[in-house]
Design a protein around this ligand. Sequence first.
Ligand code: LLP
Length: 446
Amino acid sequence: MTTLHPAPPVDGDAAAQLAVWPASTTRLPGGDLAVGGVPLGELADRYDTPVYLLDEEEVRTRCRAYRAAFPDAGIHYAAKAFLCRALAHWVEEEGLGLDVCSAGELELAVATGFPAERIVLHGNAKSPRDIDTALRLGVGRIVIDSPSEIARLAAAVAPGQRQDVMVRVVPGVAAGAHDAIRTGTEDQKFGMSTGDGYAQHAIARILDQPRLRLTGLHCHLGSQIADVRPYLTAVRRMVGLLARIRESHGVLLPELDLGGGHAVPYRPGEAALDVPGLARRLRAELEEACAAARLPVPRLLLEPGRAITGPAGVAVYRVLSVKQTAGTVFAAVDGGMCDNPRPALYGVRYAPRLVGRASRTEDRPTTVVGRLCEAGDVLAEDVPLPADLHPGDLLAVPVAGAYHLSMASVQNLVGRPPVVAVGCGRSRLLVRRETLADVRARDIGL
Ligand code: LLP
């Protein structure tokens, strides 16, 4: 596809509505939108719906923004937000590392040429396969999440070898947009707490293991955090622990990984985490805390996921039915919680819009639902959409690049949608649509 459409000038209000769309988004004369120079109507015709696009330049720009804000830090993209081979390639070319949480993510990345030494393996319940794959492929660091992992991991390291590890500590900081994505407090499954001495005990045991080399501490506060302050609190606590480790063991740990969690807006007017501001204030806090504790400043590592790919993705659905029930207008589309479970899981609100044509009718409150057989399959409740919305129309949902397809299911055997890269007026298929043949191929018994 090679059409490049000129962008008509966009007035202030209209520009605000596109604030959460990829920077390349333009309005086309007939009412459609183009992303990466590709009209969404054409995209839907060519690849069918539902279809997810990823704006390659938006992903790369976001990677570069992190590297510019944190020139001395290690930035590991959190693959759990979304991973495919092309994405691993872009992230690698932009000089980032990768955070993976399974042998699957790890193998996919390494098979695509991602350098294993730039990969960090996470997981609160690492399977033997996760650990074996990490050691076989030579992963850079493994983040130990529980005491039981220590001996298991040390035993799996080949004699004469040493594996770099970090320890995941619970910083005791409450942050994040929803209970299910808060991981910095004591009442959740990740990491080890300092309050009950678990973390200190684990650190002592790791330092005793000749096949493990402890490079630093890790913490991850949660996800969709728009405020810098929880990170500053976490830094102070982590530096306090680094100082105690030096006192008890005479060891200076060279790295501090603060995880990810940086918020992006899903609807116009919502807040993003200010990444350059985070960089400035983290650096100042870290330097001050380390000076007070007379510690050298450790190298920072960060693991943004959503902030790299979320705003680069757009989901495009076809409307299959429009009806009114007890005063609510329902527009049902050809996807749903099978490709985006986030509204159902965390009550997240999105801003879908009509694409592919212009409408001259007024907007009215409309609830966009999916096609799955359950009433909770709602994608966007009470959002303004044109009153003449009808079957066959296209609805596009911005900020769909993170935690949609990585959490997709095959509920009701509706296959998972394809992923298409867009840029410079061209599109190319990255991940093909899941077909009934794919589903049937797994179903081998009678
Ligand atoms: N590092 C670790 C250890 C993590 O567990 C996560 C996310 C990240 C980094 C990246 O966080 P991000 O920058 O993307 O917020 N499914 C939820 C989000 C779950 C986050 C899981 N861990 C959602 O859709 O909001």
